[in-house]
Design a protein. Structure first.
Length: 635
């Protein structure tokens, strides 16, 4: 019996029990039977829980790109691997077959090698959602370089921090990017970032918009001429299972972004397995995940998951509403998409439009629809089910994180009965538990608690780049011997999980994890600002939005509040990016603080949410009277 593809609910429970009872045998069988290895492993799994060190398929040798491309060439050389749908629907699409992808990745790999990139070197990729982004990621993995994709909406300051943290040797960027009606000068942002990133040796520039850009002699190179000269054959480097594959930065509750390190073998095995089973992928399906490769969703379910399964995946450059709110549905109709995977933010935005924008398109090709990035609310779930899935497509409401690498909790298409707002059951190999405030495991159902995982899984991040202690402290200190997700969850009477929100100071806005600390750091740089606290509050489209409580240095600050608000948001935009701007700013006399000086954020969250009746125990506050003042002046 193969463990790779689950056919029914009875088989799911059988596989799940096996994976809990004998996790090593479970994952070994999947790894042996479904992937190409240069050399087998000495040991399936080893760990040192005290030091939070985990190794899967120990001493196994492989290359993930050989598994994504090369092994498919015998049977699928002419099959579409990547379909690129540009921002402007009048621009022709690109359909890249597996054979063409092999050649393009080989050329890019040879260019990187010619520039001195070696196994273990870090390459930062700051590109829009164009084929060169996917090709660059795969080329790095092919030669053993560690790719670190930076979302092309981040500011120069955010880029510089990530480049410096990982010690990147090369940056791959473009002359610009287009999203909807907007054009972004990415090359200028990189130029500004590199003023404080002197270690970068070369900048490779993709010509996307044909905009005129500054090219620094000796550092900057146009990519196209280099690719033209490069050979379209390349031998994939032998990688150890635990060699780093990529670093991906995510927000934390402190100011420094966390560079999560994912390794090669375990990530490959579990990402491929989860893709197959969550989405019920069939050989001739067309899969579309609308995410950006700057986030983990793009890594796992635009690129690696589909290609490892020999699938066809769509890369979309645009936005849901450009040039019309029908754009998503037109693309599904155009390519006869079978699986559609998007964020609740996009769904909530599109459900405000007239039904005709959906109904005027043929969505009969769809078999599965999915949700990712944050818990989906019930109203959006029903609209998605009724108008997009036409009440015949299962909704896979997936829960996972940058740190987990792949989906951990989700319905399996056509197998798990769905329930609105519930991510339902963990995938085989994932041992989820709820913990109470006394750090005891809760065995009952119809309870809520802190969501943890009590046995390591193959696709988990192995460390934070350059700071393993932070990795230990963040994920393994609160509940010793377990991984703490940072999320709370509810478990219903049949064992289904519903994610109830973050337990730390990370806010999920439009599917993006935003730490409050770096935003507050940016705000506090404004000369008029004394102190700030940023919290999330419910938003009808974004899911959550950001609410800033700000105290000023001078009472009755002379500046016009409207102008001050604009200045603060511009400062945030320049330090982090437009995605982190505050939707609401309330200027306050002071912030509620404990006697030790700690800001009582739970009170501010309650005020921002409009929960203004009972603020719980306020006895530790040094200034409890400020609560009423803040409430009375709430925006």
């Amino acid at each position: 019996m193969s463990y790779y593809k689950i056919e029914n609910l009875e088989q799911y429970f059988k596989h799940y029990k096996k994976s809990v009872r004998e996790p090593r045998k479970f994952w070994e069988k999947i790894a042996q039977e479904n992937f190409v290895w240069y050399q087998g492993w000495d040991k399936v799994f080893s760990f040192d829980m005290e030091n939070s060190q985990f190794r899967w398929f120990v001493n196994g040798k492989l290359n993930i790109v050989k598994n994504c491309i090369d092994r498919h060439l015998a049977k699928r050389a002419n099959k579409p691997a990547i379909i690129f749908e540009p921002n402007d629907p009048s621009e022709p699409e690109q359909i890249i077959t597996y054979q063409e992808l092999y050649q393009r990745v080989s050329k890019m790999a040879n260019v990187l090698k010619d520039l001195g990139v070696e196994k273990g070197d870090r390459v930062c990729i700051y590109l829009p959602m164009i084929p060169e982004l996917a090709v660059s990621m795969l080329a790095c993995a092919r030669i053993g370089a560690v790719h670190s994709v930076i979302f092309a909406g981040f500011s120069s300051s955010a880029v510089s921090k990530r480049v410096n943290d990982c010690g990147a040797k090369i940056i791959i960027t473009s002359d610009g990017g287009v999203r909807g009606s907007k054009q972004v000068d990415l090359k200028s942002i990189v130029d500004q970032a590199l003023e404080s990133s002197p270690e970068v040796e070369k900048v490779l520039v993709v010509e996307r918009t044909k905009a005129k850009v500054n090219m620094k002699e000796g550092r900057d190179l146009l990519l196209a001429p280099l690719l033209e000269k490069a050979s379209d054959n390349n031998v994939a480097v032998v990688m150890d299972s635990e060699d780093p594959l990529f670093i991906l930065y995510t927000s934390g509750s402190t100011g420094t972004p966390k560079g999560m390190v994912h390794t090669t073998g375990g990530y490959m095995v579990q990402t491929a397995y989860s893709f197959q089973n969550v989405f019920n992928y069939q050989d001739n399906d067309v899969f579309w995940c609308t995410a950006d490769c700057g986030w983990i969703t793009g890594h796992s379910y635009i690129l690696y998951g589909p290609l490892l399964n020999g699938g066809t995946t769509i890369m979309f450059e645009g936005v849901p509403t450009y040039p019309t709110p029908s754009r998503f549905w037109q693309v599904i109709d155009k390519y006869k998409v079978t699986q559609f995977y998007t964020a609740p933010t996009a769904i909530r935005s599109l459900m405000t439009k007239d039904y005709s924008f959906v109904d005027d398109n043929d969505l009969s090709s769809l078999r599965v629809i999915g949700s990712v990035g944050e818990p989906i609310n019930e109203e959006a779930w029903h609209w998605y089910n009724d108008h997009v899935g036409k009440k015949r497509c299962p909704i896979v409401d997936t829960w996972w994180q940058t740190e987990t690498g792949s989906i951990l909790i989700s319905p399996l298409s056509f197998i798990t009965p769905t329930k609105p707002t519930y991510a339902t059951l963990p995938l085989p190999g994932v041992q989820t538990v709820l913990m109470d405030e006394k750090r005891n495991e809760i065995n009952d159902n119809q309870v809520d608690g802190a969501l943890c995982v009590k046995f390591p899984w193959p696709s988990m991040a192995r460390t934070i780049w350059g700071d393993h202690k932070r990795y230990q402290d963040t994920y393994f200190s609160q509940f010793p011997g377990m991984y703490f997700t940072g999320d709370g969850a509810l478990r219903d009477e049949v064992g289904y999980y519903r994610i109830t929100g973050r337990a730390d100071d990370v806010v999920i806005v439009s599917g993006h994890n935003l730490g409050s600390a770096p935003i507050e750091d940016a705000i506090n740089e404004h000369p008029a600002v004394a102190e700030s606290a940023v919290v999330g509050y419910p938003h009808s489209v974004k899911g959550n939005a950001l609410y800033g409580f700000i105290t000023l240095k001078l009472e009755g600050e002379y500046r016009d509040r409207e102008n001050l608000t604009k200045e603060i948001n511009n400062l945030i935009s320049s330090h982090i990016g437009p995605i982190a701007k505050l939707d609401k700013i309330q200027f306050v006399e002071s912030l509620p603080k404990t006697r030790s000086g700690k800001i009582m954020r739970r009170i501010l969250r309650s005020i921002a949410k409009g929960e203004q009746k009972d603020f719980g125990d306020t006895s530790t506050l040094i200034n409890p009277e400020i609560i009423e003042t803040i409430v009375n002046n709430k925006i």
